[in-house]
Design a protein around this ligand. Structure first.
Ligand code: HEC
Ligand code: HEC
Length: 550
């Protein structure tokens, strides 16, 4: 569960050659920064949920019966598994697991994701028994990068602390849109009245939140003593101040969740990373280079690599994956397809995926929004071929005049239909998931708008019309492709169970795009030319980005 120590272990275990790993300063290895450790405790806290508030006999008393939603963990690849938090209420970890299922067949370590298509919710809300989307992996979400940080598939949060506040007081914790004040008061009460004696507290030094937050008692061990900027006297602080502090601490924890890097910030965890290293290929952009320029430089150097040194188990070993630690000729062929941009005829035969146009190395995401066609595929499967193209979607004026008819539920609009942030359903053609469209220019979600506008208008060809609203239809945040084996299933709707399914999808949707049949088609698909012949290599390449996250 602790990342700092894990980095050293994996560097020594998986990548024998990397001097940078061994050189990690030893002060980092004694303990994690206290604000991250306390953030982790809050991430694991099960008493913030509505179910706990409704069933408790006291803040520090165990529940007579736990929330049934945490009793079992659904798994799209196997039978449901016993929940690690059974007998309690939901916490952040229930949908964002790490090492709870290490070594379990058809489960294993996770990069803060779960095992199902859409996560079960504590209470049915507006008809939803599950989250509308697949739980995102969280490792690397706050990886420093050029451009803005926008979180969730639809960019709802421009600030991680906002995400934490709204999640603890929102639907994922069982709180209805009209229960914000109740949720806030309850969370503040848990922090104020916790006596430090629960099971969770005992693995974090056995101190109450009040003592930890105040930060001054002489018996607080160094690894739990918060730096001054996070300290708060919860006996006199307002409920809002307490939630803000909780959000800052969880944010610091989230910042620590990164894929394995050496002390200079080069990725080192996967066979792919080791391949670049042993062949002295550039591992990240130069100081005056964009990531896109770096990707093309990398491709050029790979194309001229006369005698590549392949990665096998003499260079590393997986501890938590059955497959060999390998990057061979098939993976290399996949990497070339991944980086190559098709020119001229894009009939599918050019072995050019143009994947890096959106999944830009070395992070394998541009942290922006695109429509890769998944919402259309889901909608057409439920409602018939061509139906998504024909779906009536309002323009900005019509949408603004009828918030409840189109947009998601918020505290201001508790009765909104949420019909465009909903899985497609046969027999209910009003439902579709339009992704970013739900958030962009939504007056109830003001915080991310400035950053979203600059992204949408930079990408869009016709921002003059409705500030580009139509260009956001079915756009979702580009996920990283690092260590995907630990966050399956794939896409916002979890519809793809294997890498081969994903690649087949891209072959089909890029063909639809060429035929003019993909609604709001991304320009990047015009330079994608792949066929069945590329499936094995691209899938092997995706697997070579696996690492032993734990
Ligand atoms: C009931 C399941 C559930 C719970 C509980 C939950 N999450 Fe999530 N989380 C999700 C889902 C689903 C998404 C994707 C949401 C979307 O795009 O609509 C997500 C997305 C995220 C992301 C976005 C990652 C990115 O790269 O954009 C972060 C960060 C996150 N959650 C953190 C948290 C934190 C912190 C908590 C506790 C305060 C939490 N989650 C509780 C299901 C859950
Ligand atoms: C136009 C931009 C774009 C291009 C080009 C693109 N992708 Fe994607 N990719 C996305 C977006 C956006 C998503 C998320 C879609 C969703 O969740 O519905 C995604 C999702 C994925 C996922 C699932 C990741 C996860 O965590 O769920 C994989 C795997 C993937 N892409 C691989 C590829 C490959 C391989 C290629 C090249 C053949 C490629 N992508 C080309 C934008 C793109």
């Amino acid at each position: 569960m602790r990342r700092r120590a894990a980095i050293l272990a994996v560097c020594l275990g998986a990548a024998f050659l990397l001097v940078g790993c061994v050189a990690t300063p030893s002060s980092d290895l004694n303990f994690d920064p206290p604000e991250q450790t306390i953030g982790e405790r809050l991430f694991l806290e099960t008493r913030f949920a509505e179910y706990f508030a409704a069933h408790m006999t006291g803040i520090s008393a165990p529940l007579a019966a736990g929330d049934p939603v945490v009793a079992q963990v659904p798994n799209v690849y196997a039978a449901p598994m016993p929940g690690p938090f059974a007998g309690q209420s939901i916490n952040c970890r229930t949908c964002h697991f790490v090492d709870e299922f290490q070594g379990v067949t058809n489960a294993g370590n996770r990069t803060y994701a779960d095992f199902t298509v859409r996560s079960p919710l504590p209470l049915p809300m507006n008809g939803f028994t599950n989250t509308p989307r697949n739980a995102m992996q969280m490792v690397g979400s706050l990886q420093p990068h050029a451009g803005f940080t926008l979180l969730h598939f639809d960019g709802q949060f421009g600030d991680p602390a906002d995400l934490v506040r709204e999640t603890f007081t929102g639907r994922n914790f069982g709180w209805g849109a009209d229960q914000y004040q109740q949720a806030l008061a309850h969370i503040a009460q848990v922090i104020r009245e916790d006596n430090g004696q629960g099971l969770l507290a005992s693995s974090y030094g056995g101190l109450s939140y009040a003592t930890i937050f105040l930060g001054t008692a002489s018996n607080i061990p160094a690894q739990y003593r918060l730096p001054a900027q996070y300290r708060l006297d919860v006996s006199s602080a307002s409920d809002g101040q307490i939630l803000d502090d909780v959000a800052q601490l969880v944010t610091q924890y989230m910042r620590s969740l990164l894929f394995q890097q050496d002390d200079q910030g080069h990725y080192v965890g996967s066979p792919y990373d080791i391949f670049l290293y042993v062949n002295q290929l550039p591992r990240r952009p130069g100081s005056s280079e964009t990531e896109q320029q770096y990707d093309q430089r990398l491709l050029q150097q790979i194309n001229t690599l006369s005698n590549p040194r392949f990665v096998d188990e003499t260079l590393g070993k997986f501890q938590f994956h059955a497959q060999p630690f390998a990057f061979g000729s098939t993976e290399l062929a996949g990497l070339k397809i991944f980086l190559s941009v098709a020119t001229g005829a894009t009939d599918g035969s050019q072995h050019a995926g143009n994947c890096a146009a959106c999944h830009v190395a070395p992070n394998f995401t541009d942290f922006r929004f695109h429509n890769n066609g998944e919402s259309q595929e889901e909608y057409d499967a439920a409602n018939g071929a061509g139906s998504f193209a024909a779906l009536a979607i309002p323009g900005l004026a019509q949408r603004s005049q009828n918030y409840d008819a189109y947009l998601p539920v918020t505290a201001t609009h508790p009765n909104a239909s949420e019909r465009f942030r909903h899985p497609a359903a046969t027999g209910s053609p009003q439902f579709a998931d339009l992704g970013l469209w739900n958030v962009y220019l939504n007056p109830d979600i003001p915080n991310p708008q400035a950053n979203l506008t600059s992204i949408v208008c930079a990408d869009s060809q016709d921002c003059a019309v409705d500030q580009g609203l139509a260009t956001t239809i079915a756009q979702f945040k580009t996920p990283t492709l690092r260590d995907l084996e630990d966050s399956a299933p794939y896409f916002h709707n979890g519809s793809k169970l294997r890498f081969t399914d994903v690649v087949m999808f891209y072959i089909q949707t890029s063909q639809l795009a060429r035929q003019g049949l993909l609604r709001n088609s991304p320009v990047e698909f015009q330079s994608m030319s792949i066929s069945q012949a590329d499936v094995a290599a691209l899938s092997a390449f995706l697997a070579s980005l696996t690492e032993d996250y734990h």
